[in-house]
Structure formats: C-alpha cells, structure tokens
Design a protein around this ligand. Structure first.
Ligand code: AMP
Ligand code: ZN
Length: 463
C-alpha cells in the first residue's frame, strides 16, 4: 500500500513496525456538541484507511481519543474550555455534556458504518498519564513553569514546525499578541494549566490544582496504548499546524527520536465553498440529514466520491446525486444477487486487480468506485455479486443488505385514522407549527407508521 505522508510530503510504501499488526492513533471528537458532517468526513476517512488495511490482511490496534477536557475555544491556550462553556450554557455538568454527546457521536459513526477503533480513550480517564508526561518533559528540560501553568519550550526543539513546514520564526509571527508575558516564546504552548476555583474540571498535580492542555492528551494516550513509536497517526488537516505539531514536539522531546512513521490527514469539507464549523453555525448533523429523508449511508457515499486529500463541498445537489447513485448501485446489486448468467473468471480477476490497485494507491476510493460502476454493468451473475460484496468490505455501503427495489417503491394504503393524522401534520407544517407536526409524527409512529419528508415529497412507510 502506498500512502501520502504529510511529514515527508511524499507517497511512500506503507511498512508497519510489527509485521502484520498496524498501530494507529486517530484524533477523535471534542464532545461538547453534535458532530457535523465535516467532522464526520474525517472519521469516514479514518474508517477507509482501517478497511483498506484490513482488506490487505493487516490486523489493527487503533486508538481514538474522546476529548472531554482541555480543548479551549481558541484551539490554543486561551479562552474557556469548550466543555465548560457548553455545560454553563446548558446548565449541566461537563461530565453530563460529555456523556450525552459521546453517545450521539458513537451512534452517528455506527450509522455511517464507521468501524469503532479497538481502544477508545477518554481524556479525563488519563490524567495521571498526562501528569507523568508533563513531569518527564520538565525533567528533560523541555518545559518550564510559570504562574499560570507548565509550558513547552519550543526553542529547545529545533525541529518544531516540520509537519507544516513553518519555521519557528513564522510561528512566532503568526502567534497572537500574548497577554501572558511570562512565556519565553509566543508559540510556547501549555502542557498543564493551573485552575482558578471557577474552573469546574480540575485535578491535583505536582503544580497544584489544574487541568491538562489539549495536545498532551494525545501524546500520553498514544504512548500508553501504542508504545513510544507507532505506525500511523490520522486526523483532519486543520490539526497539522498546531495540534499535531505540538504532539510531535512532546513525543519526540520525550523519546529523543521520531515516534510516528506516517501522518495522514483528511482534507476539509466546505459548505457552499466556505468554512463549516460549529461556531459559525452553518453545520449539518446526521440527525438533520435523516430528517430531510437521507440515509446516513447517502452521506458516506457522498464522501467516498472525493479523494480524501481533496476539499469536498457539501451541497444538497451533491447529496441528491449520492442518494440517486446509491439507489442505482443497490438495484444493480439486487439484480446480480438473483442473476443466472455467467461472467468469465479472467474478467472478474481484472476488475479485482483494478480495485486492489486503486485502494492501495493512497486510498483512491473514487477510482475504486469507478471499477464498481463498470462491474455492475456486467451480465447479471452471482459471481459478480460475490465480487461486489468483496469490494464492499472497503466501501462499507451495506451492499449485503440490499432489498428488492420494487418492494421499497410499493405504495401502501393507509388506514383512515393514520391518513387523518398525516393530513393534519401536513397542515401543521404548512402553518409552520413544527411542534405540532413533530407531536403528530410521534403519534403516527406509535401507530406503527413512519413519516418522512423527502426531496420527492412526503413518504409514509410501515415500520
Ligand atoms: P473537533 O470535534 O472539533 O475536535 O473535530 C473533530 C475532527 O473533525 C478533527 O479531526 C477536525 O480536524 C475535523 N474537522 C473539523 N471541521 C472539519 C471540516 N469542516 N471538514 C473536515 N474535517 C473537519
Ligand atoms: Zn489529537
């Protein structure tokens, strides 16, 4: 397999340290809000790497963190903790906020057929490991204490900036004017912050009560579960200039050598060509897409159509095309499942070869989908069906579960009382009385029917 390594800026042969076992760390969610489609694109990308590795016969020891402390609003060392802000706004504890949004996150990724990494590591469960890591950096002279916390001294790590290709001088110029004049360099970052009494999440440490910096969690947890040196680290492209640069500084300062062999980053998802973020409020969640009549797998398929290193623009035209594309594939898969014709083995072997070449060329999933689209045009045959299911180990589109297209399209006669509620709901929606519409939907659901607003209008199905 060849992968593009952000660190070397080259496509390289992927060779794991431990033979057949791949050790992999993926930056996970900060659980202060719902994941939006941009966040989820990054996890679809993580899932595709995992699936290709498995397809190639590797076993994976994968770790994903759940950030439930330390991620400040500005992504740097300033601002309120995102968890604490959400807790304040929703009048809950940060722990309740974390439990709620983690649960939704894991349901969302399951709906997208994203395999859960083998180890899920919550930041708040690893405070001792983080304190130990900070102490080790202090002992080695890579960190220093000032009145508000412990900071990493980037001047002690001359390679700082190697992932993004920015020099320390450029970083310094880019860093915001600091209120904190005790820092030796503007780009020095917090490993541990001392907490005042208003800070809800805080722990005892050798430096008094406080809480960890965001970056130290990934260094401490990857080291704990994967060892000092591991194969692969993934995340979104926005993590490169700060979060991952800082992780590298922490890891390598401690280990005295390179600790991650391959860094892979997924490009951003945009909305109508612009930035999407929870703070800008222009984000869509899986629940919203479902409400609009899309299947979560329509979104997965939408992501599969763009290479992970290309920006992807989220639009509803794109989602509609993905939905239609999936319907086409599903119908063809059903036909092959029930097919009686034959396709020569050499032909199938050629498709398989093209598919394997595509996925192993830095995850060229769009090209692999092209192979699938050619394959499904072959005469209806069970051998084609088998090969489709083999490919779907990577695509993850649940092609083994397709049902007859005709069954889905079948119109059902609604009982009069259900029809009456459906009409009332349509009326309520027209009057923009969404609370009433939702209540009616729940009532209809209790009677065993599901109402969906799709792009083609209202659809009612029996549950
Ligand atoms: P967060 O939960 O905010 O820490 O973000 C979780 C992941 O989503 C990180 O790996 C980010 O790099 C990634 N991410 C955030 N916004 C986007 C976006 N618009 N497109 C793709 N990935 C994103
Ligand atoms: Zn991380």
């Amino acid at each position: 397999m060849k992968v593009y390594n952000t660190l070397t800026r080259k496509k390289e042969d992927f060779t794991p340290i431990h033979g057949n076992l791949v050790t992999m760390y993926s930056c996970g969610p900060t659980v202060y809000s719902y994941a939006h489609v941009g966040n989820l694109r990054t996890y679809v990308f993580m899932d595709l790497i995992r699936r290709v590795l498995k397809y190639d016969g590797y076993k994976i020891k994968g770790v994903m963190n759940v950030t439930d402390v330390g991620h400040l609003l500005a992504d740097g060392d300033d601002g309120e903790d995102k968890m604490q802000k959400a807790a304040r706004e929703q009048q809950k504890t940060p722990w309740e906020i974390a439990a709620f949004y983690s649960d939704v996150f894991f349901k969302d990724i399951a709906a997208l057929n994203i395999g859960k990494p083998e180890i899920i590591a919550k930041a708040t469960d690893h405070i001792p490991e983080m304190i130990e890591f900070v102490q080790a950096l202090l002992d080695k002279g890579y960190a220093y204490e000032i009145s508000d916390g412990i900071y990493f001294d980037i001047s002690r790590f001359p390679e700082y900036g190697k992932l993004s290709g920015q020099s320390i001088e450029e970083k310094e110029a880019g860093a915001r004017v600091e209120e904190n004049s005790e820092k030796r360099h503007p780009a020095d970052f917090a490993l541990w912050k001392k907490a005042d009494k208003n800070h809800i999440m805080q722990w005892e440490s050798p430096w008094g009560m406080g809480f960890p910096g965001w970056h130290i969690e990934c260094s401490a947890m990857s080291r704990k579960y994967l060892g000092e040196v591991f194969d692969l680290h993934t995340g979104g492209i926005d993590a490169v200039p700060v979060h991952h640069e800082n992780e590298i500084a922490q890891n390598e300062a401690r280990a005295g050598k390179q600790t991650v062999n391959y860094w892979m980053h997924g490009e951003f998802m945009l909305v109508d060509g612009g930035k999407m973020s929870k703070s800008l409020g222009n984000v869509y969640t899986i629940a919203q897409l479902k409400e609009m009549g899309y299947d979560p797998l329509d979104f997965r398929f939408f992501c599969l159509n763009a290479h992970y290193r290309k920006k992807l623009n989220f639009t509803f035209e794109g989602m509609n095309a993905a939905k239609a594309g999936r319907e086409k594939i599903n119908a063809a898969v059903w036909a092959h499942k029930n097919g009686t014709e034959t396709v020569p083995q050499e032909k199938l072997d050629e498709y398989k070869k093209q598919f394997v070449d595509a996925i192993n060329d830095d995850l060229n999933i769009p090209l692999a989908l092209g192979v699938l689209f050619s394959l499904i045009k072959e005469p209806r045959s069970k051998d084609v069906y088998k090969l489709i299911l083999d490919f779907d180990k990577v695509f993850g589109l649940s092609l083994d579960k397709v049902t007859a297209p005709a069954e889905k399209a079948e119109k059902i006669d609604l009982p009069a009382d259900v029809q009456k509620l459906v009409d009332e709901r349509t009326e309520a929606k027209k009057n923009r009385d969404f609370a009433k519409a939702d209540a009616l939907r729940a009532q209809i659901s209790e009677m065993g029917y599901e109402v969906k607003d799709t792009k083609d209008g209202l659809v009612v199905t029996k549950k």
